[in-house]
Design a protein around this ligand. Structure first.
Ligand SMILES: Cc1cc2nc3c(=O)[nH]c(=O)nc-3n(C[C@H](O)[C@H](O)[C@H](O)COP(=O)(O)OP(=O)(O)OC[C@H]3O[C@@H](n4cnc5c(N)ncnc54)[C@H](O)[C@@H]3O)c2cc1C
Length: 451
């Protein structure tokens, strides 16, 4: 029997990062993975979706340029080459993780981890003995009980990136971040896309103004949106709504959220939360079993790659006797990679008021910024939610080009326990989109030049 200080199950952004940190701290580590190295994020999530979004960005940029006399022709799209590019991106990053495992002397084992009668971890014929176990088994697509769904050949995000030919008509059931990003990725390639959302609106987790801007853009791109939809049944080639409308497709994608993969946790006898959806952990990501820890999508909260990694590092440091504070959800950036992008963190204005803060919210549009005007990137705004007396930063929302990068300026200051005054006194390069951030901060401290 091989013995390890730490056995990590799952090689997603939670598991692989935790394994490397543990090895850096001198632990003998094994990682077990039943599918592909890198988990959901690298293989069927963050990375393939961003690869596909880059293709749509190229098309949209050419269309934009044509409005100003460039006369660029996109021509026909060789989708197989786009798939090949995406596969290349994924395999390059997989190679990077494998290399890091080797250089940190981590034993990587392919296969499904199971629990033996003696509560040891087994992979294939091998039985492993681990002083500590880190469960990083992530999540899988959640399929709601829709009439007829089981008789239909539908795609999930686990299979969407395997599709080798572009559909003519793609219907997406779902209106959350993943559904919207994939609609954005497909429409510029000529795919007729319809989003069907049962909730009152799409992107309900996002800032109201941000959501409206993205909806406007989706509609401008010709993406059809049905909100508050009542699905009667799914048939072989259509989604039939209760209002009598039948929406035809040649590919159907169900993107209605994800559920934690608690299979192995259940085998180990780990306690779940009250709703039995996620593994229950304490502040150090320790489960009710003292030597079993859990992180990432498996424990709920923000189901994001960077959260899984941050939790993985904290769990391992706790195991190694170097405990940190748990991940602070108010410091987690949340990003949507559409055009324009949305990025946010912390409290919304409404949440801040509900918590009793004396709130000052200021917002400035991209439309007044020199670089945005020069680059035809005038859609969007920067909004900072702050507290009146000490100018504490409570939250921020940025909609616009490069929002997912820009958010880190405000977040960085907040992380370092700085206030709006620190941002206001910074010197921002001219011309830069980040100047808007400086101006919003200055408008809060009543020093805005352009406000
Ligand atoms: C289309 C899409 C786009 C996304 N885009 C983003 C984004 O832009 N940014 C972002 O932050 N997040 C994004 N996410 C979410 C992100 O992918 C997840 O939050 C993240 O992957 C969670 O990491 P994890 O390590 O907890 O689990 P996972 O990445 O799910 O990894 C868990 C791994 O455990 C393995 N496993 C499970 N059980 C066993 C077992 N018994 N034995 C061995 N191995 C096992 C699985 O095979 C899997 O590889 C996206 C998700 C999707 C689907």
């Amino acid at each position: 029997m091989q013995t390890y200080d730490l056995i990590v199950i799952g090689s997603g952004p939670g598991g692989y990062v935790a394994a490397i940190r543990a090895a850096q701290l001198g632990k003998k580590v094994a990682v077990i993975e039943k599918k592909a190295i890198g988990g959901t994020c690298l293989n069927v999530g963050c990375i393939p979706s961003k690869s596909y979004l880059q293709h749509s960005h190229w098309v949209l940029a050419a269309e934009e340029a044509n409005q100003f006399g460039m006369n660029l022709t996109v021509g026909s799209i060789d989708f197989s080459k786009l798939v090949k590019r995406k596969d290349g991106v994924v395999s390059k990053l997989q190679g990077g993780i494998k290399h890091l495992f080797q250089s940190n002397q981590i034993d990587y084992m392919e296969g499904k981890a199971e629990v033996t009668a003696e509560r040891k971890i087994k992979v294939g014929e091998k039985v492993l003995n681990g002083r500590d176990i880190l469960l990083a088994t992530g999540s899988r697509p959640f399929i709601p009980p829709i009439n007829g769904i089981d008789e239909v050949d539908y795609l999930t995000t686990d299979t969407f990136f395997d599709v080798k030919t572009l559909p003519d008509k793609l219907v997406v059931i779902g209106g959350g971040i993943i559904a919207v990003e994939l609609a954005f990725a497909m429409r510029p390639l000529g795919v007729d896309v319809t989003l069907i959302e049962v909730a009152p609106d799409i992107l309900l987790t996002e800032d109201e103004e941000a959501r409206q801007l993205i909806k406007k853009k989706l509609k401008k791109m010709g993406i059809k949106i049905h909100t508050a939809a009542q699905i009667d049944a799914v048939k072989t080639s259509s989604v039939n709504l209760k209002n009598g409308e039948n929406i035809g497709f040649d590919r159907l994608l169900v993107a209605t959220g994800r559920k934690a993969d608690t299979t192995l946790a259940a085998q180990l006898g780990v306690e779940l939360d009250e709703q039995k959806r996620f593994v229950k952990v304490n502040h150090h990501y320790q489960t009710n079993l003292p030597h079993v820890y859990a992180i990432g999508d498996l424990i709920g909260g923000y189901m994001l790659a960077h959260v899984a990694s941050a939790e993985g590092i904290r769990a391992v440091e706790a195991i190694c006797g170097q405990p940190q504070l748990p991940v602070d959800p108010t410091l987690v950036p949340r990003c949507l990679y559409t055009e324009p992008e949305i990025a946010s963190f912390g409290l919304s204005e409404k949440e801040a008021k509900e918590k009793g803060y004396d709130v000052v919210t200021k917002k400035m549009p991209f439309a007044g910024n020199g670089k945005a005007i020069a680059g035809e990137e005038t859609d969007g705004f920067v909004k900072i939610i702050s507290e009146k007396q000490y100018h504490q930063i409570l939250g921020a929302v940025i909609v616009g080009s490069h929002a997912t990068e820009m958010i880190h300026t405000i977040l960085g200051v907040r992380h370092a326990e700085g206030t709006v005054d620190e941002i206001a006194s910074m010197i921002f390069a001219h011309p830069s989109l980040s100047e808007i951030t400086g101006e919003v901060a200055n408008s809060i401290v009543k020093k805005a030049i352009h406000g």
